[in-house]
Design a protein around this ligand. Structure first.
Ligand code: FAD
Length: 309
């Protein structure tokens, strides 16, 4: 990132919400389930699978968490009725983790039961490091209850992650591996770009050694190449792993993976609680300055082409 980009990232919290919403529209399907259905249909037609996420991490009351569970029931119905190639992703805090851990576990269990009835699958997203232990414990408890159609996320940024792989190995978890978006203190997280990459490769190797199904979630060409080497060395077939990318990010890299016969799943968020997700995406856009400049030009000169993908 350039100095200007970095400076703009610091200033993003001061940007008015309507501007954030416009800038981040490429990362979000829209406010309604119908928007997600339309986007997933388009992705499926282009050979991509999807995982639908209902935005809702700003939840503060138990009642709101139950509404989110209901919304996931609607998502599963839509997946079945429309015949979408998609599973779902859930955020533990949206389902009550910071209100009451047992409430979150029961809500996630209910969504996994719904998934199991429809031969679908639930990915439990990983949030900031204050939630890691609880999230992994909830996952272990669900598996202990015989709920298998569920997977977790591990973050290469965290120093604990190789130990987490060891601790989970007996479950042979289905894991999405990502760098980790939440900035954490140096005593618990790698901060250097190359250290995070090295950790990603080490964790991926450990997961494959443990016989786990891995979803490699990155837009980093270098990591995609390392992953392809590791998967190739083990002779894994295309249905024994998948790549994952976020909606609106590095589509050409996704095209190349799909053209080479790899499975690619796109993370498709929708909903009215778009602000926090949008801020995280904008903060990691390395061309945020260009992006804001083009958005400004577009507003000043109506009809001008929108910001680049
Ligand atoms: C499917 C999926 C699910 C995820 N789930 C989680 C999760 O549960 N918990 C969690 O902490 N993190 C999650 N992440 C986010 C992840 O941790 C990283 O923050 C994010 O993917 C960026 O890291 P990267 O590996 O792509 O590498 P980076 O080095 O950040 O990005 C590589 C390149 O991708 C492009 N790029 C990346 N982000 C953007 C963007 N927003 N806009 C435009 N270009 C961009 C840029 O060209 C950049 O140089 C997820 C990511 C994916 C793909």
């Amino acid at each position: 990132m350039t100095l200007l980009d970095r400076a703009l990232v610091q200033m993003l919290p001061a940007v008015p919400r309507p501007v954030v919403q416009r800038l981040s529209s490429r990362y979000i399907a829209g406010p309604e389930l119908d928007d997600a259905v339309r986007v997933v249909q388009e992705l499926n037609a282009r050979g991509r699978m999807a995982t639908i996420d209902v935005l809702g991490e700003e939840v503060t009351t138990p009642e709101e968490t139950l509404l989110l569970v209901d919304e996931y029931r609607r998502v599963f119905d839509a997946i079945r009725d429309v015949g979408l190639d998609s599973n779902v992703s859930v955020k533990p805090t949206g389902l009550g983790l910071s209100i009451d851990r047992d409430l979150a576990r029961e809500n996630i269990a209910e969504i996994v039961r719904c998934a199991a009835e429809r031969s679908s699958f639930v990915r439990i997203d990983m949030e900031d490091a204050t939630t890691t232990s609880d999230t992994l414990e909830v996952y272990r408890e669900l598996r202990g209850e015989g709920l298998d159609r569920v997977g977790v996320v591990l973050q290469a940024r965290l120093r604990r992650t190789l130990d987490d792989v060891d601790a989970l190995a007996d479950l042979r978890p289905n894991v999405r591996l990502c760098k980790g978006i939440y900035l954490e203190p140096a005593d618990i997280a790698f901060e250097d770009f190359d250290e995070i990459r090295s950790s990603f490769v080490a964790v991926l190797r450990a997961l494959l050694d443990a016989g786990c199904y891995v979803a490699v979630a990155t837009h980093d060409d270098w990591l995609v190449d390392r992953a392809l080497e590791l998967l190739g060395e083990r002779g894994l077939g295309p249905d024994e792993y998948e790549f994952q990318m976020l909606l609106g990010v590095r589509e050409a890299l996704g095209d190349a993976l799909v053209a080479d016969g790899h499975r690619l799943r796109i993370y498709v968020p929708y909903g009215r609680r778009w602000y926090e997700y949008s801020m995280r995406r904008l903060q990691e856009n390395p061309r945020i300055a260009t992006y804001i400049a083009l958005d400004t030009v577009n507003r000043l000169i109506p009809g001008k082409r929108s910001v680049p993908a």
